[in-house]
Structures are given as structure tokens and as C-alpha cells.
Design a protein around this ligand. Structure first.
Ligand code: NAD
Length: 262
């Protein structure tokens, strides 16, 4: 199936590793020009090289902290001048720390808001005017199964990310008339650096080995395994495609069946 995104410009945030990098890889394989964005110059340059080498695509590394509005504006200007209008936006960044309610200090809430909700608002605000003008756009917001099923240890995620779902739905209503779709992907347990960190934190909190933590997770996943990052990439690429024009305003779990609600 031809996804119809050859020559389109994509911006993938949080793309030096994990899910973001895997999405960038698949979009590049499909022929999109991809700007990969992250905070650390060395890591994002290495990720861009890796994606370009493996896909023979055009990949632009962009150094930017998505919690900083001025840096987002500068990043968008850089991408526009190199690749033109951003057709596909993937809003992604690191997840908030694992902490229970009573372990939280006031600033933790602000940090999670800036990282996981405000950054999405700002990235959307930066790209929508040009998408609207050209009457085509795809926005894909990455959240978590913790936005669907409340978590007491990832309470920051369960609190901030439903806001991204509300934003997604509102934007999808308003901008569908301009050929723009806005959807959310909710990853389940996915084999990335973040999960290694979460396993270590959970193991420490419970006084067990990380292997036991992984076993506990996979026992609750009907598929019996973690997601591979590239599986998130395939879903994102489909949502970004010409073929997905009628999928709008949805939140898709990709979790091997972990979420049990109907
Ligand atoms: P990861 O930690 O492996 O990668 C995160 C990426 O975002 C890295 O490239 C990092 O440099 C970048 N980043 C972090 N903060 C940033 C900032 N302020 N500005 C710009 N870039 C920033 O994470 P991942 O596992 O790939 O997860 C991606 C998203 O999906 C996270 O929000 C995570 O919480 C969510 N998620 C992951 C899982 C999982 O099992 N891995 C499950 C559910 C949800």
C-alpha cells in the first residue's frame, strides 16, 4: 500500500530515542522528509544520521527543548526554511517521573504540564496556520495508556495526558474542514530507554529485581510481550498517510490488549 506521503515534510519531537525515533524511521522509509527534534545536540545528530543511513532519506536534526516556546518557534523556522511547510507533526517528549501523589512537590505538576500538555499545545499552535492555508495536515499526539486507565504511580501522566486527548478532540472538530486530522496514540508498555528507567524505579520501590517487574507487566498483557517501538512507527505512519483522511479525533491504544475497557 502506498501511504502517499512521499515528499511530505514531517516533524517528530522527542526523536533521539525510543518511540519518537522509531516513528521518524518509518516516516523516512515511506519517503517523507523528516525533521527530528530533541534537546541534546549529540544525541539528535546521531539519531538523524542513523535514520538517514538506514532509509536513505532526508533527515534534519533540530536541537530544541519542547518546554521552551522561543526554542519551538526557532525550530519551526529552521525546518520551514530547509523543508518548507510542516505537513505532519508528531508531538512527543519524555514521560513525567514515576511518583505517588504524596511524594510530589508543587513544581512537579508544573513540570509535567509543561512537558506533556503545554508542549503539545505550542507545537500544534506553531504548525496549524500553515496546514490550514494549504488545506492538508496530520497531527499525531503521543500520550499513554495511563491517560486511559488511571495509574497511581504515573499520576502525573494520568492527570496531564487526558488534557492532550481533550485538545486532540477539540482541534479535530475545528480543523477537519481544512483537511487536517488530529489523533492520539496511546502506547502501552514499549521496549525503550524510558521503560528501562521505569522498571528500575519500580524494582527499587518494591525491593525486587527489574526482571520481576518486566514479568509482572507482561503477565497483564494478553499479547504476552512488550511493544516494539517500530510497531508504534507503523501506526503513526498510517495515521499520517493520505489513506487515513477519515480517521479524526480518536485515541488509539497500542498495547497488546492491556486495556480491558470496551
Ligand atoms: P524515551 O525516554 O525513550 O524517549 C523520549 C524522547 O524525548 C528522547 O528523544 C528524549 O531526548 C526526548 N525528550 C525528552 N524531554 C524532551 C524535551 N523537553 N524536549 C525535547 N525532547 C525531549 O521515551 P519513550 O519510551 O520513547 O516514550 C515516548 C513517550 O511515550 C513518552 O511521553 C512516554 O511517557 C510515552 N509512553 C511510553 C511508554 C513506554 O512503555 N515506553 C508507555 C506509555 C507512554
Amino acid at each position: 500500500m502506498d501511504l502517499g506521503i512521499k515528499g511530505r515534510t514531517a516533524l517528530v519531537a522527542g526523536a533521539s530515542a525510543g518511540i519518537g525515533k522509531a516513528i521518524a524511521m518509518v516516516l523516512s522509509e515511506e519517503g517523507a522528509k523528516v525533521a527530528v527534534l530533541s534537546r541534546d545536540k549529540e544525541r539528535i545528530t546521531a539519531a538523524a544520521k542513523d535514520v538517514a543511513n538506514k532509509t536513505a532519506g532526508e533527515v534534519l536534526p533540530v536541537v530544541c527543548d519542547v518546554t521552551n516556546r522561543k526554542r519551538i518557534d526557532a525550530a519551526i523556522a529552521k525546518i520551514n526554511s530547509r523543508f518548507g511547510v510542516i505537513d505532519i507533526l508528531v508531538c512527543n517528549a519524555g514521560g513525567p517521573p514515576m511518583r505517588r501523589f504524596e511524594q510530589m512537590v508543587d513544581g512537579d505538576w508544573d513540570a509535567a504540564y509543561n512537558l506533556n500538555l503545554k508542549s503539545t499545545i505550542r507545537l500544534c499552535a506553531a504548525v496549524i496556520p500553515a496546514m490550514k492555508k494549504q488545506k492538508w495536515g496530520r497531527i499525531i499526539n503521543i500520550t499513554s495508556i495511563a491517560a486511559i486507565q488511571a495509574s497511581e504511580t504515573l499520576i502525573l501522566s494520568s492527570t496531564m495526558r487526558p488534557g492532550v486527548h481533550g485538545l486532540t478532540k477539540s482541534l479535530s472538530n475545528e480543523f477537519a474542514q481544512y483537511g487536517i486530522t488530529v489523533n492520539t496514540i496511546c502506547p502501552g508498555y514499549t521496549n525503550t530507554e524510558r521503560l528501562v528507567g521505569l522498571a528500575a524505579a519500580t524494582a527499587k520501590a518494591n525491593g525486587v529485581k527489574p526482571d520481576r517487574v518486566y514479568d509482572g507487566w507482561t503477565q497483564n498483557i494478553p499479547a504476552g510481550r512488550l511493544a516494539k517501538p517500530e510497531e508504534l512507527g507503523y501506526l503513526a505512519a498510517f495515521l499520517a498517510s493520505e489513506k487515513a483522511a477519515y480517521i479524526n479525533g480518536v485515541a488509539l491504544n497500542i498495547d497488546g490488549g492491556f486495556i480491558k475497557t470496551i
